[in-house]
Structure formats: C-alpha cells, structure tokens
Ligand binder design. Structure first.
Ligand SMILES: Cc1cc2nc3c(=O)[nH]c(=O)nc-3n(C[C@H](O)[C@H](O)[C@H](O)COP(=O)(O)OP(=O)(O)OC[C@H]3O[C@@H](n4cnc5c(N)ncnc54)[C@H](O)[C@@H]3O)c2cc1C
Length: 622
C-alpha cells in the first residue's frame, strides 16, 4: 500500500475543507486536502452567491481571521449588494453574486499557492485509529494510506447522498457527481450518531428564453463593498443585473396538483429540508393563502445564458417543473437548462462534537460543514476554519481556540450547533446572535484580526491594512471630536461633530464632507467613517451589552467537566435531567441555551458543579 505522511488530512475540498486546509497549513502543519476530483475543489453546489443576512457577517469574520472565502468572492463577484440598508448598520449584510467557474478556479489557485498543502484526488474510504481511539491514518480507495494525527471530515452532501427528482432517485452528492458510501460505515462502527437531512436546488433557465421586459431589474450597488478587508477598491468592477419576477395562481395550482409526484410528499424521504429556504412545494403547502412567491433570476456569470431561479427550489419531475415555470411572469416561453432536484445525505449529530468540532469520543477526528447539519457555504467555511485551526493547535499542543457568542457570529454558530440535534439544516440569521449590535459586519476585523495575529494566521498584507485602518479610525475620530457641534442647540457647547452621528436623521457623510471639507483631507476611506458612525450610534447599547456579558461571563464560561455526574445535581427537573447528560454541554452557557433547561435548573447545576469542583480538588490534594 502506498503511504504518505501528513499532520492533518482534510476529507473534502468544499467550502469547509478549503478553509480547514488553509488555516492548518498557515499554522505550519503538513496538510493533505483530499477531494473526489481535483477540479471540483471550491465548487458552489447551489446558488453562486456569497453572503446575505447573517451569512455576510460570517463571511466577513472568516476573512478577518485570515480565511479565503472573502477574497475568492471578491475575485469572482459579478454583482455586489449591501442588504438591509434601510435598517440599522448592525444588521446590514453584504451579498455578492459570483461567477460560478471563476469562484472554484480562484479557490483552487489560492490553495495551490499555500505552502504545506498537498492536494490529493480520490475517495477517502476509511479512517484508522490506535487502541486509544486516536486517529492515525485515512485510507483512500485504491489502497493509498495517508498517516496523520488529525482527520477533518467535510463531506458536504456526498455522504450516502441520494438525488431526487420526482419519484426517481439516483445515488449522488450533487448533479453529475457520485456519492461517497464507505465512510458512513466507518462512522457507524465508531458509534458516531448519524441521521439524514435534505436540501434542494431550483431549475436553471435560459436567459434568452425569458421576457425580461416584464421583470423588475435589480442592479448592484453603485459602490460595491468587498467582503475581504484586504481587497482594494472594486468600483471599476463590471456588474451584472439580476431580475425579480413572480409565480402566479396557476403556478400554485400545478405544484399543488403534483405534490404526490415528489419523494418528499410521497413519504419516500427520511431527511427534512431547511425551513428557512423552502422548496416551492413547501411554500405552496405552508403559505397556501399567498397569491404569489418572488423569484430572483440571477445570471451565473457575466455574459452567461444560465439563470439561477432563486426561490423555486424543487424536486418535482422535470416535465412538471417546465409546466409550472412557464406559468410565472416573464417565463411563459422559458427553457430549462438543468432541472431542479433534492439531495438527501447523512450528517453527524453535532451534539457529539466539542466546541473545537472534534468528536468527543475519538481523539483527532473533526467534522465541519454540511456534515454537521448546517446549510450554506458561509456556515461550512466558518466551521472549516475552526476545525482546521483547532486540529493544528492540538497537534502543536497549544490551547484550543473557541470564540464566544459575544465575540463573533462564528461563536454563535458553533455554540448553537454543539448542543443541538438538528431536525432541519441550520442556517445563520442575525436574530440568532443576542449580541448582534456588537457583531457588525463592518467591525469584524476590529473584533477578530488581533486574534488571528496572535495565532499566527494573519499575513503581512492583512497586518499592514489593519494597522492603517486603526490609524485612520483614530485620526477620523479625533477630527470629529475636535470640532464643535454645528447646530444651535441649547447644550451644543459640550458636544462635538461626532455627536452628529447620533442624530436620528444623520445627514450622511457626503453632506458632512461638504460642510467640513478638511475631513476629506485626512484621506480616510468612507468605510472607516461609517464604522465610527455605527460605533457612536450603538455606544449606549454596547456599554450595556458589555456589562451584561461581563456579569454573565463568569457563569457563562464555567466549565462542566466531561465526567460530571448529573445525578449529583439533586432537584433538576426531569426534562433537564434527561437532556443534560445526553448532550453533555461544555459550559454553563451552553447548558442554559438548551431547550428544556430553565434558569432554575441552572441554579441547581451551578451549586452541584461548585461542590463537584471542590470534591475533585480535595481528591487531587490527597
Ligand atoms: C442540491 C444542493 C442544494 C443546496 N441548496 C442550498 C441552499 O439553498 N442554500 C444554501 O445555503 N446552501 C445550499 N446548499 C448547500 C451548500 O452547497 C453547502 O452548504 C455547502 O456547499 C457545504 O459545504 P461543505 O464544504 O460542507 O460541502 P461541499 O461543498 O458539498 O463539499 C464537499 C466536498 O467533499 C468531497 N468529498 C465528499 N466525500 C468525500 C470522500 N469520501 N473523499 C474525498 N472527498 C470527498 C466532495 O468532492 C466535495 O468537494 C445546497 C447544496 C446542494 C448540493
């Protein structure tokens, strides 16, 4: 058997896999990135778009920690939009429509440029462990053995994947790509809890068959906002237009009349789909009283004839898809280039993972991405980064890296995951983050890049840009503070120009620069002025939230030992008594967020934990 030696082997080169590989290599470990084929590394399985509400924040945080996603999206972006601009800055999220091919090609290029990564094309079929259940190697079909101390499984929708269209199904991870089977057996033999989930994709429509004159145009922003803090100005980027259209009453009728022709409604699917990204079948059933549903028609590249029909994900038979698509406004003569389908796959129960994403019951085995029960590129990439970083840190015998909920959306994502047993794919929303006023997309670098620098996963360019941003913010803030408030109000003497940002109807930066042209002379980019504006606007909330975090931090981060005996916590309600030992939360914070655990349970648990700690200390002293 051919044998090669690595420190970390990443199984799967999707969005989780490439971030895991990049960060582990940047930490200096020797990485093998194994993917079914080399040319599908970084492929966008579904919509070629990065970001969106909540997801845009994740993408910015991944970038602030030195990840690849933001740079790839900026390179491949063909339409950039800042979403939620009518709402507060805290919930504004960037989104970019990308050129699908350019995205994967650039991902492959960046991976090839990172030292310490060896790309291996092939299927991982098995994982070897020693007697202490420590990973020692992964085995590829064709008898190749890669020795390693850590394996990170990021198999996406491929593990035992089945594609459904109508009542027909074929094995596969996504269209025209085979499924991966043997690893499922390995996981079951190891005792890893697994279950099934499903997701789906809409039909792709020929642009030249659509009557765009009756659709609403959706252009990109005049000034595109990049995802990456190291990307320069994108204002010269050629941007495409997208379009909006709608289903009609006839569409609903056709879908409703054919529900029994889908595997889901015919009861042939085990896995549940994402509630927040429903198929047109689910929409018609769940929102029966709605007259119409919006469809976003999004080109897959500049000059491409392929339109991604966002909003009508479906697994109806291909002929029914064509029939209902042609009842939508502007799509009366539409040609379908690729029919929609659903994919059902095996995932692991994320509650069996530690917050480092290492499996609790075997050392060196990590999971990240869709295999952990999430949906979406950004959620996958964020987990890949955390798993890759922690695998490298563990090998280097360094403390693990865990982000708290008040530090990052990534912290919220992983904290939510490791206590959950998802009955549907998990996706990020701003509403999941209780500290969202602190976790803005514009301050992701200020929150996280210093941590990346400490961990040695930043780079020279990022460090330089970050230092300049800090200097600019200081200079801009000083300039605003030194100028008196310009309006004749009673207590204006004590107020400065900085207070203008607090006004409910802030006049905006162009008007500010017109009134005070010397501000422009500082050469500070607009995004820095906007960060200051948001900081000032949310200063009151930030103080309150920080105080809350500090007060709660002590309890929140109180560790619950892996071997803690919950029966010593006398008085727990029966629900808490059954779910706590099963999920084994790592901290009191996690325990408190579990459904079924009340504040009263937490108080009992805290007392029992203090007693347990005292008893353990006494034992150690003996
Ligand atoms: C049909 C479909 C519809 C989707 N719809 C949506 C949606 O509506 N919204 C949304 O946010 N997300 C959607 N997604 C999900 C999105 O594509 C994923 O969340 C994201 O790609 C997950 O990233 P990942 O890295 O976990 O896995 P993937 O991107 O799936 O990558 C997995 C990689 O692992 C490799 N691999 C698998 N098994 C092995 C093995 N044994 N050995 C070696 N390599 C292996 C594969 O070659 C693949 O490159 C959809 C995905 C599909 C397939």
């Amino acid at each position: 058997m051919e044998e090669n030696e690595f420190d970390v082997v990443i199984v799967g080169g999707g969005h989780a896999g490439i971030e895991a590989a990049a960060v582990a290599a940047r930490r200096g470990t020797r990485v093998a990135l194994v993917n079914l084929t080399a040319d599908s590394i970084g492929r966008m399985s579904c919509n070629p778009a990065i970001g969106g509400i909540g997801k845009g924040q994740l993408a910015r945080e991944i970038d602030a920690l030195g990840g690849l996603m933001g740079r790839i999206a900026d390179h491949a972006g063909i339409q950039f939009r800042m979403l939620n601009t009518s709402k507060g800055r805290a919930v504004q999220s960037p989104r970019a429509q990308c050129d699908r091919d350019a995205y994967e090609k650039y991902a492959q290029q960046l991976i090839s440029e990172i030292e310490n990564i060896t790309v291996v094309a092939g299927e991982v079929c098995d994982i070897e462990f020693n007697a202490q259940r420590q990973v020692t190697a992964v085995i590829l079909s064709g008898q190749q053995r890669l020795t390693c101390q850590a394996a990170i499984l990021t198999t996406g929708t491929f593990l035992e994947g089945v594609l459904h269209q109508g009542l027909e199904n074929v094995e596969g991870g996504r269209v025209d790509e085979g499924a991966s089977h043997p690893l499922g057996k390995t996981l079951r033999m190891l005792g890893v809890p697994v279950a099934r989930l499903k997701t789906g994709t809409p039909p792709r429509i020929a642009l030249d068959s659509v009557d765009l004159s009756v659709c609403d145009e959706q252009p990109g922003d005049d000034v595109p906002s990049p995802f990456s803090f190291v990307t320069g100005d994108l204002s010269e980027r050629e941007q495409i237009k997208c379009w909006l259209t709608k289903t009609t009453a006839r569409t609903q009728e056709i879908v409703r009349d054919n529900l029994d022709k889908t595997a889901m409604y015919a009861g042939r699917l085990e896995g549940k789909g994402p509630r927040y990204c429903p198929s047109i079948e689910d929409k018609v059933v769940r929102f029966a009283d709605r007259d119409a549903h919006t469809i976003f028609l999004e080109p897959e590249a500049v000059g491409s004839n392929i339109l991604y029909a966002n909003g009508i994900s479906t697994s109806l038979p291909a002929d029914v898809q064509l029939e209902f698509v042609r009842t939508c406004i502007g799509l009366e003569r539409a040609e379908i280039l690729q029919a929609g389908y659903a994919v059902e796959y095996t995932h692991v129960a994320p509650r069996s993972l530690l917050p480092t994403l290492e499996y609790r019951d075997a050392s060196g085995l990590y999971f990240a991405g869709q295999i952990c029960g999430t949906s979406g590129y950004e959620e996958a990439a964020a987990q890949g980064l955390i798993a890759g970083l922690n695998a490298a840190l563990a090998i280097q015998q360094q403390p693990s890296f865990i982000l708290q909920r008040h530090q990052a959306y990534i912290g919220v994502l992983i904290d939510d995951l490791v206590v959950s047993d998802p009955s549907e794919p998990y996706r990020m929303f701003t509403s999941r983050a209780e500290h969202r006023l602190l976790l803005r997309q514009d301050n992701a670098d200020l929150r996280l890049t210093p941590l990346a620098q400490e961990l040695g996963i930043s780079c020279e360019l990022r460090d330089e840009i970050f230092a300049k941003r800090q200097r600019d913010l200081t200079a801009a803030r000083a300039a605003l503070t030194s100028k008196p408030y310009p309006l004749p109000v009673a207590n204006s003497g004590a107020r400065s120009l900085l207070d203008m940002c607090k006004q409910p109807k802030f006049i905006g930066w162009p008007a500010m620069f017109e009134m005070h042209p010397d501000l422009l002379e500082l050469g500070v980019p607009l995004c820095d002025w906007q960060t200051i504006e948001a900081d000032v606007l949310y200063a009151g909330y930030a103080i309150r939230q920080r105080a809350w975090v500090e007060r709660g931090a002590e309890r929140e981060s109180m560790q619950i030992p892996e071997d803690f005996d919950y029966s010593t916590a006398q008085g727990l309600r029966s629900e808490a008594r059954s779910c706590l030992p099963e999920s084994r939360p790592a901290t009191m914070g996690q325990a408190g967020r579990m459904p079924g655990v009340t504040p009263a349970d937490l108080a009992i648990l805290e007392i029992a934990l203090v007693r347990w700690q005292r008893a353990s200390k006494n034992l150690a002293d003996v």
